[in-house]
Design a protein around this ligand. Structure first.
Ligand code: SAJ
Length: 421
């Protein structure tokens, strides 16, 4: 059965580009989101998120009539669930548990419009077992239909997991070019999912089962987290031993089988700092390295704040006529990684926020990718690089944006978390 109408539930950083790609291949796409503002914006042919080239594709898809957004699901032949999977609130030191509440709501929303022959795909990054849980929620809501956990290949509704793996900032290209892991709950669930993705995916669609597909996504991001933790741990060791960690890593990387990543102010974003917890919370005894890597990376912002405090002490010792209140601190970069404007889950934001909360003098932030500071940094001044460089006493380099790499800054009071100056 072919897919005439495709519905995407959750029109965020993954759902909207995915909906737009199907629509660009002239499929009828119904995007569903609970956020009325997002729905209205998309129906005007505009986008509510920042992602290169996406605006053009959405605009064309909406004006040509292939994409529309709604708040309540309508019947379709395939449903892709791309909603967030955050943590449940927990106390400091506890292992965060994934919150599948948005996925459950999405299942309850699509259940009334499901029909025999439909395909449901979970795209949200999920703990192992979530796809089986989706099938169970749908089966409970629709006792009149059969699902793969009971009927296998004969099921009325097929269910699969197909995690997204695109890099923010390169989503449009990677959606088309990346290979996809397809984890069906039965062989037929997988082959139908491949048929659907082949509408726009040029990469390979590799078939496995649902649990392996869930774990594959978590493994990719945990692997990167562990590798960054290794680099961050080296940066602490080298600081103690008076060794330049950047030089050290570039020397070690000359070995043909070594490829160490770069240390930084910590690990941010919505995936790498989150997904490893989905493994740790399921298998806390076994997941020792993955758990430790999370702790190493999460502790790095605090270490940067401590280094800044030490720079203040050094400055006051050398300039005994000054008080802390007279010291200006400039922080370079707020985004969660270079050359993007996304400040959410950013270690740089956390560091600047902490510096601004304890420092009695002026705090300046330089962030070439934004025009206004978020309200959480109301005591901080947004300034140009030149003003910060010439007026600040202490400099804290946090994000290696291309604008900063093109500059140089020499100061005895420099905390350089990216090793660019
Ligand atoms: N970082 C370092 N040192 C490095 C590389 C990165 O400190 O050498 C930091 C960055 O500054 C940033 C964080 O790690 O704070 C994450 O950045 P990233 O570029 O590694 O990854 P994301 O979060 O933008 O996207 C990741 C990607 N996953 C992998 O590369 C394995 C992407 O392919 C996934 O689709 C995405 O997570 C996701 O949605 O899961």
């Amino acid at each position: 059965m072919s897919f005439e109408t495709i519905s995407v539930i959750g029109l965020g950083y993954i759902g909207l580009p995915t909906a737009a790609m199907f629509a660009s291949r002239k499929k009828k796409v119904i995007g569903v989101d609970v956020n009325q503002h997002a729905v209205d914006t998309i129906n005007q042919g505009k986008i509510h998120i920042v992602e290169p080239d996406l605006d053009m594709i959405v605009h064309a898809a909406v004006t040509e009539g292939y994409l529309k957004a709604v708040t309540t699901p309508e019947p379709a032949d395939a449903f892709l669930i791309a909603v967030p999977t955050p943590f449940k609130p927990c106390n400091e030191g506890e292992i965060p548990e994934p919150d599948l509440g948005y996925i459950e709501s999405a299942c309850n929303a699509i259940a009334p419009v499901l029909k025999k022959g439909d395909l449901v795909i979970l795209e949200s990054t999920s703990p192992v077992g979530a796809t089986e849980q989706v099938a169970q929620w749908l089966a409970t809501a629709r006792a009149d239909l059969s699902f793969p956990q009971d009927a296998g290949d004969e099921a009325d509704v097929n269910v699969a997991h197909c995690p997204e793996r695109v890099l923010p900032g390169h989503v449009v290209r990677e959606l088309v070019e990346n290979d996809r892991v397809i984890g069906g709950m039965s062989p037929r669930c997988s082959t139908r999912s491949v048929e659907l993705y082949k509408t726009f995916v040029q990469g390979d669609c590799v078939i496995t089962n649902a649990r392996t597909a869930e774990m594959a996504k978590l493994t990719e991001n945990s692997c990167r987290d562990v590798q960054i933790a290794f680099a961050n741990e080296l940066s602490l060791i080298c600081d103690k031993l008076d060794i330049n960690v950047w030089e050290l890593i570039s020397l070690a990387n000359r070995h043909p089988r070594i490829n160490i990543l770069q240390p930084g102010p910590g690990v941010g974003g919505h995936c790498i700092a989150v997904d490893p917890w989905f493994i740790v919370s399921k298998t806390p005894i076994e997941a020792q390295i993955i758990h430790t890597a999370r702790k190493v990376n999460d502790s790095k912002p605090g270490w940067v704040v401590d280094k800044t405090k030490m720079a203040i002490v050094d400055f006051l010792q050398e300039n005994s006529d000054k008080t802390a209140k007279e010291i200006t601190i400039a922080c370079y970069g707020l985004a969660f990684k270079p050359d993007i404007d996304d400040l959410r889950e950013s270690p740089a934001m956390q560091i600047v926020h902490e510096i601004a909360s304890f420092h009695t003098g002026k705090v300046i932030a330089v962030e070439p990718n934004i025009h206004q500071l978020p309200s959480s940094l109301e005591q901080v001044e947004l300034q140009s690089f030149d003003v910060a460089k010439s007026t600040a006493d202490i400099h804290v380099m946090l994000v290696d944006h291309k604008e900063f790499k093109a500059e140089s800054l020499n100061s005895a009071y420099l905390v350089d978390t990216k090793g660019i100056w």
